[in-house]
Design a binder for this molecule. Structure first.
Ligand SMILES: NC(=O)C1=CN([C@@H]2O[C@H](COP(=O)(O)OP(=O)(O)OC[C@H]3O[C@@H](n4cnc5c(N)ncnc54)[C@H](O)[C@@H]3O)[C@@H](O)[C@H]2O)C=CC1
Ligand SMILES: CC(=O)C(=O)O
Ligand SMILES: [Mg+2]
Length: 586
């Protein structure tokens, strides 16, 4: 599907001049400043003489990008480009999203987080360290932007499947927000990555002389909660309508934080809710390929953490929508964690795990030692048809397990969703070989199509990046004040409907839309989510054409706008929202 054509853009009023203007990544046009702009903004001599178009600049940037062979070096290059000229960065991404998404996002962003201190170049986002806890308001005031609409916040405690990365976890909010812009046209000027630097328990980081964060053991319990409270209060006071995305918080914090704040501020947890939404959407698409419903499946999870339990609960909701009772739905879902299959008589489970534990009475009839029921036994004795990996344990799905699963159904659904690729529970080529090409697969990180019997089988990337950009667009365009489960369920339905599965012939259709279609998909998700929000009294009153209009109005495109000298001393890109800006032009 095509992206919207560039329309003639109204001028921006800009007060910065000279090297200040060139140093501002949101305003910098580099060699694309026109002759008139070079005069008006005191840029003469600060740039080489030739005036270039965005396309010419992108050709050079792509040439430079291709001069790096290692993905991490490509990542460093793209991040530097982002920090120098955001329009050019996003234009380049738009032209090569398929190629560059794995470089700015998973898997390479994992490596970038692990090496964050070593590869650090320029500041981006806000680092709020525990020792600054009494000055958070002042820290927020130091942010250039006056009008933040989306924050992605982490404390770096569970970065992808890589564990505690401390302040290096900042790579994740930066990467996620790049996708808000690349996949849903959110203006980068209104986004803010935030790192709550509460220390790290990663011994390598504590010993690393180059470590960039607060080199201290993590604070915990009441001190931690009080610190997060201070941040939420300050952010909400400064930006009352902001959307806050919690990202990559460790298991014991993720759900409690969501529960504590979801009534107070417009927020969601991407690992719990975004992942549930994309996975249920992808499961629905996989069921279409089988000609079955989700209610017909028996599912085994490896990993009963934030992602696993979030997905499982949304499956329960979906199965109920398909006619099962809640008890019937729960009885079809088996959660396996380090201590084996979760059962109702186990001690020490979190509440969110307890409600997904299988009844101990039922398991008594299995011919196994009930004190530890392994993943392999769970697959076998549950007669599973679906296997989902959210454990961060590479190679956890072995050949015997997968063959057992295949013996129980003709087309097993297998989703090894752990990120980055180095943490995947099984690689797609093995899964396809072990099942003679019958497995229906989706992974969390991107994998190339697999060739089997002269046929190329595409591998869907079941990643929350299909969902959160559209949710952000919905919140901004629809003025939504709170994110509900129904909105995320709606997003997964839109995703399933957009799946090529069921629309195209053949045994192995792509399960998810191509990345080229994601920009449009995000708008469709945004529209549907706004409709749900309206029905729940949580969004602005608008009719359908007004919703479409609001969505289009909020799409930022990476194109240079003409600049005019501002009379006031504040760059318009920071000073005003889109609406105010339009008024000023009239
Ligand atoms: N594809 C996607 O969109 C997403 C993927 N993920 C990935 O899922 C993984 C888990 O994320 P979270 O659930 O947030 O982490 P988490 O830490 O909350 O949960 C992981 C769970 O796996 C369990 N586990 C570890 N070893 C195991 C084993 N051998 N067998 C069974 N369970 C085992 C842990 O005890 C823990 O309960 C990560 O690798 C993450 O990157 C997470 C969110 C989205
Ligand atoms: C994709 C994602 O959010 C994760 O792996 O944590
Ligand atoms: Mg995450």
């Amino acid at each position: 599907m095509s992206k919207p054509e560039q329309t003639a853009q109204a001028a921006l009023f800009v007060s910065s001049t000279g090297s200040d203007l060139l140093a501002n990544s949101l305003l910098n046009k580099g060699t694309a400043f026109t002759a008139e702009e070079r005069e008006a903004f005191k840029l003469k001599g600060l740039l080489p003489g030739r005036i270039e178009s965005l396309q010419q600049q992108a050709a050079r940037a792509y040439h430079q990008y291709n001069s790096f062979s290692e993905a991490i070096n490509k990542h460093i290059y793209l991040r530097m480009l982002q920090d120098a000229n955001e329009t050019l960065f996003y234009y380049l991404l738009e032209q090569h999203l398929d190629e560059m998404m794995p470089v700015i996002y998973t898997p390479t962003v994992g490596e970038a987080c692990e090496q964050f201190s070593e590869i650090y170049r320029r500041p981006r986002g806000l680092f709020i360290s525990y020792p600054d806890r009494h000055r958070i308001k002042e820290l927020l005031d130091n942010v250039d932007h006056q009008d933040i609409k989306v924050i992605v916040v982490t404390d770096g405690s569970r970065i992808l499947g890589l564990g505690d990365q401390g302040a290096g976890g900042m790579g994740i909010p930066i990467g996620k927000l790049s996708l808000y812009t690349a996949c849903a046209g959110i203006d980068p000027a209104v986004t803010l990555p935030v790192m709550l630097d509460v220390g790290t328990n990663n011994p390598q980081l504590l010993d690393n002389p180059l470590y960039i964060g607060w080199q201290h053991k993590r604070i915990s319990d009441h001190d931690y909660d009080a610190f997060v409270d201070l941040f939420i209060e300050a952010a909400q006071t400064k930006w009352p309508d902001v959307l806050l995305q919690f990202e990559d918080f460790e298991q014991q914090k993720a759900l409690p934080l969501l529960q504590r704040y979801r009534q107070q501020i417009c927020c969601f947890n991407d690992d719990i809710q975004g992942t549930a939404s994309v996975t249920v959407g992808t499961l629905l698409a996989a069921c279409k390929v089988k000609g079955e419903q989700l209610r017909d499946q028996t599912l085994v999870f490896a990993g009963a953490g934030s992602a696993g339990c979030g997905i499982a609960e949304q499956i329960v909701t979906q199965m109920q929508a398909e006619g099962l009772t809640q008890a019937e739905a729960r009885s079809r879902i088996y959660m396996v964690d380090r201590q084996g299959l979760l059962s109702s008589d186990m001690q020490g489970l979190f509440d969110f795990q307890q409600q997904l534990a299988q009844s101990a009475d039922k398991l008594k009839h299995w011919p196994v030692d009930s004190t530890f029921i392994s993943l392999a036994d769970t697959i076998k004795f549950s007669a599973a048809t679906v296997l989902i990996g959210v454990s961060g344990q590479p190679g956890l799905f072995d050949e015997a397990m997968v063959k057992q699963l295949h013996s129980q159904c003709q087309r097993p659904i297998i989703f090894p969703l752990s990120n980055p690729s180095s943490r995947v529970e099984a690689v797609p080529s093995d899964l396809l070989h072990w099942t003679q090409g019958q497995a229906i697969i989706a992974t969390g990180s991107p994998f190339k199509p697999v060739k089997l019997n002269d046929q190329w089988i595409p591998i869907a990337q079941c990643n929350n990046s299909y969902i959160f950009p559209g949710i952000g667009l919905a919140v901004i365009a629809g003025n939504i004040h709170s994110i509900t489960d129904e909105m995320l369920t709606q997003a997964s339905e839109v995703l399933a409907e957009a799946s090529p599965a069921g629309q195209s012939a053949g045994e192995n259709p792509a399960l998810l839309p191509a990345l080229d279609d994601v920009f449009e998909l995000s708008q469709t998700i945004a529209f549907s989510v706004i409709k749900v929000a309206q029905s729940q009294g949580l969004a602005a009153e608008m009719d359908d054409s007004q919703i479409h209009h609001a969505i289009k109005q909020h799409l930022w495109r990476p194109r240079y706008r003409p600049y005019q000298v501002a009379k006031q001393a504040l760059d318009q890109v920071y000073a005003e929202t889109f609406d105010n800006e339009c008024k000023q032009q009239k």
